[in-house]
Design a protein around this ligand. Structure first.
Ligand SMILES: Cc1cc2nc3c(=O)[nH]c(=O)nc-3n(C[C@H](O)[C@H](O)[C@H](O)COP(=O)(O)OP(=O)(O)OC[C@H]3O[C@@H](n4cnc5c(N)ncnc54)[C@H](O)[C@@H]3O)c2cc1C
Length: 539
């Protein structure tokens, strides 16, 4: 059974409820020098905001839902509804800290126990014309779980937390079927009992779910080795307003377009994913992570391109630009930074760009692949920093969400955004996004890393830190994000792995064309003729 996560307050990122560590004074002072004075904010209220819109779901719908899933699994109390009202973008975190509710809240939270109950809930929602927002881990950073009701009078959050089983394992075919509500760590635990792994480790791994990964075309930190989530999906089972839809019968097929890929990335607009059949691998006995430093962004980008185009990428390949490296050197007390800077300077690397590489597999496989990667890196001018840097990254790989909370406490606006482009436009895209963010925000730190690399290009992941505008914190970020999205449009994709949701929807047409939007709408009207599924998202 999944550990229940408290979605109400920021302090419970995981069920262990680890508190946000306060920023060390040294780090806070360094930040102030770079972005100016930020005004620390009061801790978020422990109690619920005073006024939450009362639920609008009519009694007959509540009764029907209660009959389908049990009355105890239809929650209409304020705390449960508020808990599933937002995702976890910076703007969501601001909303969660506010003492008033100026965002939509679902009228009920419904917790079905399995695919049949999910189908029954959808059937009831069609009959009663109720909107349905599928809710996995609630880690969306693009408004994917916002409780928008569209033209419906009421909307429910369909929380899939009780779909928590490993359904089957076909070790011979290296396939496993997992229910949609299984979270990352539990998926690995269940598969580990069979000596298997999925290898999908996004930064939101601790909270996000199998269904959410599939619905958003997620990409994990080891995507260079294990692939993106859509590469792992062999089959999907969906509940739709028109009935159940199962896809995926063979490892490859020429039976028309691959409709599995229509379901994957559909963000809850075409159906509720209840089960996913996934390609799995033997759990790796050896994991090795290490760090290198490149003398410039351009040198690092070329080194990664060389690896990608010569089949020599490590499973994890992550290149930070000079600013991101500087921030980790300045804020990371774990590294012996002065000695490291001297060591690198002696080798001609004065403004380093760190590259993390990691391999997972058998000892023989790791040794073989590592030899080729490191040989190529050396030829590209990379200076080996060693295992400590790789281990330091591995240790802190899930720290981001907790650090965000600590930074918010300090009055810092902290947010990330991501895109991808072909190698020939990667630098232009990086320059343009950085310029757009800086012009909008003024004094700020804009960091960038290549988070995923491909033969033809790479994804760029930006992290932004700036002093929060206390008078208009929401507008401050909305303007910056719009400027970044404008800069991305035409050069890269509006999302490499965060999906479209509400926030990126205005930019989708520029990427897939009016006809593309029409095709998606036609698919939606085929499976969801009355438009109950996730109103206002994707298209
Ligand atoms: C700190 C942080 C770090 C992140 N790092 C990464 C990262 O490294 N890589 C990455 O890919 N993403 C990352 N994300 C984004 C997010 O975690 C992913 O989009 C994730 O796949 C969402 O999974 P979830 O279970 O939380 O889905 P939710 O947030 O609950 O839902 C996301 C969308 O999918 C829909 N949905 C959810 N479950 C289902 C279902 N069963 N059937 C149909 N629709 C469904 C929802 O309605 C919503 O539109 C990060 C987010 C945060 C907050």
């Amino acid at each position: 059974m999944n550990a229940l996560i408290d979605h109400r307050l920021r302090r419970s990122w995981t069920s262990e409820a680890a508190d946000a560590a306060r920023l060390p004074a040294r780090a806070a002072k360094w930040l102030e020098q770079r972005i100016g004075q930020a005004a620390p904010s009061a801790a978020p209220p422990a109690d619920l905001p005073v006024e939450i819109p009362s639920p609008k779901l009519d009694e007959s719908a509540v009764n029907a839902l209660s009959a389908a899933v049990g009355a105890e699994n239809v929650l209409v109390d304020d705390a449960a509804r508020l808990a599933r009202a937002t995702g976890l973008s910076y703007l969501d975190l601001l909303r969660r800290r506010s003492s008033s509710v100026d965002f939509p809240v679902p009228d009920a939270v419904v917790l079905p126990a399995g695919p049949d109950e999910v189908q029954a809930v959808l059937d009831i929602c069609v009959r009663h014309d109720v909107g349905v927002v599928p809710f996995g881990g609630g880690t969306s950073v693009v408004g994917g779980v916002a409780a928008l009701r569209g033209e419906k009078a009421s909307v429910i959050a369909l929380d899939l937390v009780r779909l928590d089983a490993l359904v089957s394992v076909d070790a011979e075919s290296r396939l496993a079927v997992l229910q949609a509500g299984v979270r990352g760590p539990e998926a690995e635990r269940l598969l580990g009992e069979h000596g298997l792994t999925l290898g999908h480790i996004p930064q939101s791994f601790e909270r996000a779910t199998i269904g959410g990964f599939a619905a958003t075309r997620s990409a994990g930190q080891a995507s260079s080795g294990y692939g993106r989530f859509e590469d792992m999906v062999a089959g999907v089972r969906l509940a739709t307003p028109r009935g159940e839809w199962k896809l995926g019968v063979a490892p490859a097929s020429a039976a028309g377009p691959d409709l599995r890929q229509l379901a994957v990335g559909s963000e809850g607009t075409l159906g509720v994913i209840t089960e996913v059949s996934l390609r799995v691998r033997p759990a790796p006995p050896v994991k090795r992570y290490e760090g290198y430093a490149l003398p410039s962004w351009e040198a690092g980008r070329e080194a990664v391109r060389d690896l990608a185009q010569n089949h020599a990428l490590a499973d994890i390949t992550r290149l930070s630009d000079g600013d991101e490296t500087e921030v980790s050197l300045s804020l990371n007390a774990g590294l012996k930074t002065t000695a490291l800077r001297r060591y690198l300077a002696a080798r001609g690397v004065r403004r380093p760009c760190f590259l993390i590489v990691g391999w997972e597999g058998t000892a023989h496989d790791v040794a073989l692949r590592r030899r080729e990667t490191t040989r190529r890196l050396k030829a590209s001018g990379a200076v080996r920093v060693g295992k400590a840097l790789g281990e330091s990254w591995r240790h802190g790989r899930f720290a981001g969400p907790r650090q965000r909370d600590a930074l918010l406490d300090q009055g810092v606006c902290v947010e990330t955004l991501e895109t991808a482009a072909y190698w020939s436009t990667v630098d232009e895209l990086r320059d343009d996004v950085r310029a757009a963010l800086t012009a909008s925000l003024g004094p700020s730190i804009v960091m960038c890393h290549i988070s995923h690399a491909y033969e033809t290009g790479a994804s760029l992941y930006f992290t932004v830190l700036t002093a929060r505008d206390e008078t208009d914190p929401v507008g401050q970020w909305q303007r910056a994000k719009a400027a970044a999205c404008e800069a991305i449009t035409g050069l890269g994709t509006i999302s490499h792995h965060h999906a479209v949701g509400v926030d990126h929807a205005p930019y989708l047409k520029a990427e897939i064309g009016s006809l593309g939007v029409e095709v998606l709408r036609a698919a939606k009207s085929a499976v969801d003729p009355t438009g109950i599924l996730n109103p206002g998202k994707l298209v």
